[in-house]
Design a protein around this ligand. Structure first.
Ligand SMILES: [Zn+2]
Length: 201
């Protein structure tokens, strides 16, 4: 039986995802972002790349059918199902410095960056290797004329999800995001499931 894993609010985790398996990232309550990182489990210098992916997709808004590429232009993950259709792949994980920049009056938090650093350390991945994350459910609309971006509450409702299929053996980092503006002002958990090829329901 496939069990659903829980990432508590403002925390993160890391785990292996084998080639062919699917990873479903679920927003159980709605309006909650989850940062996703992927490294080649057999060569940690190969890592998910926003720049490669957006270049090949020819769009900044990725959804079902789009592939997430590595810095070596290999497909790491493919989006096979998506009930939301709005995610971000431009912005880096929130961090202490993000809080100093945007929320100087709030207590600082290590954010997704600190949570990913801690979760990935046992896998041999140091903080300086962390790139731009694929930010599931993050809503970052862009003004096409000026390039001005905004961070608005996610469009995800309770139970919405995005499902990825792994195209290589991966180390995955995954969070329940800690930044107020990204999450509609409240912090919620994230759920996820790892399933063998062909068993997803
Ligand atoms: Zn975050």
């Amino acid at each position: 039986m496939i069990s659903t894993q829980v990432i508590p609010e403002r925390s993160g985790t890391a785990f292996r995802l084998a080639k062919g398996e699917t990873l479903t990232v679920i927003d159980p309550r709605g309006e909650q972002v989850s940062d996703l990182l992927a490294f080649n489990a057999h060569d940690l210098d190969e890592v998910i790349s926003s720049g490669r992916t957006l270049d090949y997709a020819e769009t900044i808004y990725l959804t079902t059918g789009h592939r997430l590429y590595s810095n070596r232009s290999q497909v790491m993950l493919e989006i096979v199902e998506d009930t939301v259709g709005r995610h971000d792949f431009l912005l880096t994980p929130c961090s202490y410095d993000t809080f100093h920049h945007f929320y100087p009056k709030l207590p600082p938090h290590r954010g997704c960056f600190g949570n990913l650093s801690a979760a990935l350390e046992p896998h041999g991945i140091a903080p300086d290797r962390i790139p731009v994350a694929f930010n599931c459910f993050m809503n970052v609309p862009i003004d096409g004329e000026t390039g001005k971006l905004k961070v608005l509450p996610p469009l995800s409702k309770a139970g919405d999800f995005i499902r990825f299929r792994a195209h290589m053996d991966l180390v995955i980092g995954l969070t329940a995001c800690s930044a107020p503006d990204s999450n509609g002002g409240t912090f919620k958990p994230i759920h996820y499931r790892v399933e063998p090829m062909g068993s997803e329901s």
